[in-house]
Design a protein. Structure first.
Length: 917
């Protein structure tokens, strides 16, 4: 009876959450215009590769990189793996003790105990329950398997066929598939080491009773049909031939063991390679035969065992059985030809712009150089670099911007030196007007035409302070615990949930499990969305506690912390921490919202921004948790001695006197800023107080600043296409430097980009003026050299991404657009990206991104209610992926279409901005 009551409580709870979600502005107000297609299941191969994941690594990983396409510890069995000192077959663990836990053994590869699956040594300890080790490997029909084991103890070995039947120590495979070998201890045997030997004798490629040809001249002839074969490090290629008539379609499918990488190459009767398929995993190739005759297929492995193919430090992999299917006839699709590209002519020059962190003068100077650095002349594309210098800003991981720039310049100068030339350097003046005039008069002797844009480096945004006050956060904490099996826990779709109503007095929570064997731990929000879930390092890398989750309490309501299953040994602990909340009204999307909290002494405060719909928007979860970064080939976190997991498993808080968050193009409505503590694990405080000062600023984006930036960036594109200089005017005057350049070059025709008429100047001569963005786009697209390419940047932060955006746009003849014009799309994209950061989990110090929930069929509320009444729970989040990603697509597509840029064929999009933009 109690179990039924608990389930009924869970049903009522979930129904309440779902209806609460409907009351919130949560579901899309407009239909999603996405097309759906039927998914057709493909035929199954007789080889059934096991799904594995890379989760454990060799002990000497500091000396050898982790091998590609090599499984380590299988994810689905990780909860039961004991982290011992055993190293069975190079796996650095005790491998599975029954057939369902068998790990791959690479029989067709060279023996190497340092490589998982290539080792042949192992350990058994019957007194500790380790009585057997199981392995599997792929075999081609007709091959003979021989297995033996040597040990000082009484150990034995047996082969099992693809149906898991024991077949002795020697066996000829009657079908292609996975076979098994069991090393086991006989009665009375003690602990000890063993050496396993498994060999395959003979081959039966394509049913020939032997090996397929190893060269184009020795190709084995086949007819259309399905065949099996085998390759190894001693048999690197298999060649087949077949007869085709001109006009017939050739279709080749290759299915392989999961952890190998075999490729298909097709040769015409003259021996010329005409097509190939080099995908990871299975390959498909199709080609319309152009001539009649004997065509050839080569199957090989990449990089395989051919030393001539190895890049430096490339680690070898590949062996095992495959299935080859050849079909002839019908209509085959020819491979797409290369996209036409203009031939590039490098110019031995380098333009340098001194970084100005306090204004956009450097961006406008940069843009002035674009028509001289990147242009088309006489149907030829000429290019040279423009770089920022004197920028010591740190990059995300190592070094500064100047360091990265120097790497690029080193490559550029080395390239030029090979051709016996040296780049001439142009250091651009810091004043954009002077820079443009200087470039124009040095790079052009004369020009009848020039592009004119407005120097917008002096335009400023308007800042409004919405909050500016002193405050004190009184730290309070409330702890709720529930051991496994507690009556407090509710079973929700197999999750052991601890529902709780949390009011607005609380700002953040930690969700931990303490115990020796915890499953995954997570949170479902009051919007019935997944909040986050953590499963690393435990249970992913072995049994242990789960103490990773720190999460904001975005809105008051029913929160559901949970443990992923009822297995293991654990006690769930949820700790709520107090928080101060501030409401911030936003009336326009064309702004940036910034909240700053300062303290007189460093503090462990965190500031969260929550949008009017209750979604976390800032801060971003760090991509790196803050733990130390080990030298290359030494894993950050692991169960090896001296490493451990603790430094790399959590979001480490920032101990600082200033905590700032900012969001661009915010949705309108009332935003919430939450000030709450974020203590390091093990240093949590349950009382005390922190004095702080909080400011909230709304920076309204200047229409003049945005219009000038778009005018200049697109002006550079037009000037590049026409190979004419770009000059600047001011809001109400033509500077003398510009007038002098006009006179010196003999300019009489002007293309004036003056979006929204931000400048009132009158130019001498013939003037074509563009005052609307649509006119600018049309002018660029009228040029026959303009590609089906769209460049999008952000003009929210004022950080100057519009300058390099103009450089790449000039190369493609692309308009430069401002994402702020599609603020709704930006809002959805930012919301989805932030959700993925919080919805993911930590893995060796890196933040793995979460995946937006998907539904297998359209949302139907009545069906969901009926399922709930039957005790079947919907997945939290429903169809967030469709609604959010679909909304992003619709809104960007509609925006692009409004400019007439939805052209025949595919558009290429390039977004130029950092993550925060």
């Amino acid at each position: 009876m109690r179990r039924k009551l608990v389930r009924l409580e869970a049903v009522v709870l979930v129904m309440a959450l779902i209806f609460t979600a409907f009351l919130m502005p949560y579901f899309s107000a407009s239909p999603i215009k996405l097309k759906t297609e039927k998914i057709v299941a493909s035929d199954k191969i007789t080889i059934t590769p096991r799904v594995r994941d890379t989760t454990d690594y060799p002990q000497n990983a500091e000396n050898k990189g982790i091998l590609l396409d090599t499984p380590y510890v299988p994810e689905e069995e990780i909860e039961n793996v004991l982290l011992t000192e055993q190293n069975d077959a190079g796996y650095n663990i005790d491998v599975g003790d029954r057939i369902l836990k068998a790990l791959p053994l690479y029989v067709g590869e060279s023996v190497d105990q340092t490589v998982p699956g290539r080792g042949r040594k192992g350990n058994l300890d019957p007194s500790a329950g380790d009585e057997a080790d199981w392995f599997y490997f792929s075999v081609c029909e007709g091959q003979t398997i021989e297995a033996s084991v040597s040990s000082s103890e009484d150990y034995d070995v047996e082969i099992y066929d693809s149906s898991a039947n024991p077949v002795g120590k020697t066996y000829t495979a009657d079908e292609t598939g996975n076979y098994y070998v069991k090393v086991y201890a006989n009665e009375g045997a003690g602990a000890g080491d063993y050496t396993l030997s498994v060999t395959l004798k003979g081959q039966n490629d394509a049913g020939t009773g032997g090996d397929a040809g190893d060269s184009i001249n020795d190709a084995t002839h086949i007819e259309p049909g399905t065949y099996t074969g085998y390759m190894s490090y001693t048999d690197q290629e298999d060649w087949y031939s077949f007869t085709v008539n001109a006009g017939e379609g050739i279709f080749v499918d290759l299915k392989i063991l999961e952890k190998s990488d075999y490729d298909i190459h097709l040769y015409d009767p003259s021996g010329k390679e005409v097509c190939y398929a080099k995908y990871y995993g299975d390959d498909h190739l199709e080609y319309p035969a152009t001539i009649s005759g004997e065509w050839k297929i080569k199957l090989d492995m990449f990089p395989g065992w051919d030393a001539s193919k190895w890049p430096k430090n490339y680690f070898l992999y590949g062996s095992g059985a495959y299935e080859l299917k050849l079909s002839i006839g019908g209509k085959a699709q020819a491979p797409p030809g290369p996209i036409p590209q203009p031939e590039i002519y490098p110019v031995a020059q380098t333009f340098k712009v001194s970084n100005d962190p306090n204004s956009n003068k450097d961006e406008y100077a940069y843009i002035a150089a674009v028509p001289a650095a990147n242009y088309i002349k006489d149907s030829k594309r000429y290019v040279s670099p423009i770089v920022y210098v004197n920028d010591n800003s740190p990059t995300h991981w190592f070094g500064t911007v100047d360091d990265t720039t120097q790497y690029l310049l080193d490559d550029w100068n080395t390239y030029l030196a090979r051709h016996g030339v040296t780049a001439k350097e142009y250091v651009l003046p810091s004043d954009p007007v002077k820079a443009a005039a200087d470039v124009a008069t040095k790079k052009w002797a004369s020009s009848s035409t020039a592009v004119i844009a407005v120097d917008g480096s002096d335009f400023q945004d308007e800042i409004e302070k919405v909050i500016d006050k002193d405050a004190t956060l009184n730290i309070k904490a409330e702890v709720t615990t529930a051991p496994k099996g507690s009556s407090k826990l509710k079973d929700i779709a197999g999750k052991q949930a601890l529902p709780m109503f949390i009011n607005s007095n609380w700002g953040s929570m930690t969700v931990y499990t303490h115990g020796s064997d915890s499953p995954a731990v997570g949170i479902i929000t009051p919007k019935y969305q997944p909040g986050t879930e953590e499963d690393w390092p435990h249970p992913y890398d072995g049994p242990g506690d789960n103490t990773n989750i720190y999460f904001p309490i975005t809105i008051p309501g029913i929160w559901i912390p949970y443990v992923g299953s009822n297995s293991g040994d654990w006690t769930l602990e949820v700790t709520k921490y107090s928080g101060d909340r501030y409401k911030i009204p936003v009336s326009t999307t064309q702004c940036s919202l910034k909240v700053t909290v300062t303290t007189s002494e460093p503090s462990y405060l965190e500031v969260f921004l929550v949008d009017p719909q209750g979604n976390i928007r800032k801060p971003s979860v760090p991509h790196w948790n803050g733990g130390p970064i080990n030298p290359i080939h030494i894993w950050n976190a692991g169960h090896w001695e001296g490493i451990g997991f603790e430094k790399w498993r959590r979001w480490e808080p920032t101990y600082s006197t200033e905590h700032t968050v900012e969001v661009n193009y915010p949705m309108t409505g009332k935003w919430t800023a939450i000030v709450t503590p974020h203590f390091p694990y093990g240093e949590e405080q349950t009382s005390g107080s922190i004095d702080y000062h909080i400011t909230a600023e709304i920076r309204k984006h200047s229409n003049k600043r945005v219009s000038a930036a778009l005018s200049a960036a697109n002006g550079a594109v037009i000037a590049s296409l026409k190979h004419v200089p770009l000059l600047y005017v001011k809001e109400d005057e033509i500077p003398s430097e510009t007038s002098n350049a006009i006179s010196k070059l003999g300019i009489t025709n002007f293309i004036f980009l003056n979006i929204n008429k931000i400048s009132s100047v009158s130019l001498p001569g013939s003037v074509t003026e563009y005052t609307k963005m649509k006119e600018v786009v049309d002018a660029i697209k009228e040029d026959p050299r303009s590609e089906n390419f769209i460049t999008i940047t952000s003009l929210a932060s004022g950080n100057g991404y519009f300058a390099p955006a103009s450089m790449i746009a000039a190369y493609h003849g692309s308009p430069v657009l401002n994402i702020g014009e599609a603020a709704d799309a930006y809002d959805l994209l930012d919301k989805a990206t932030t959700w993925r950061e919080y919805g993911g989990g930590w893995y060796h110090g890196c933040r793995a991104q979460g995946h937006l929930p998907k539904m297998s069929k359209p949302f139907n509320l009545m069906e969901i209610i009926q399922d709930l009444l039957k005790g079947e729970f919907p997945e939290p989040g429903f169809d967030m992926a469709l609604r959010w990603y679909g909304g992003i697509y619709d809104k960007i597509h509609d925006w692009i279409a409004s400019y007439g840029l939805d052209l025949p064929g595919k558009e290429a999009y390039l977004f130029v901005a950092d993550r925060e933009n």
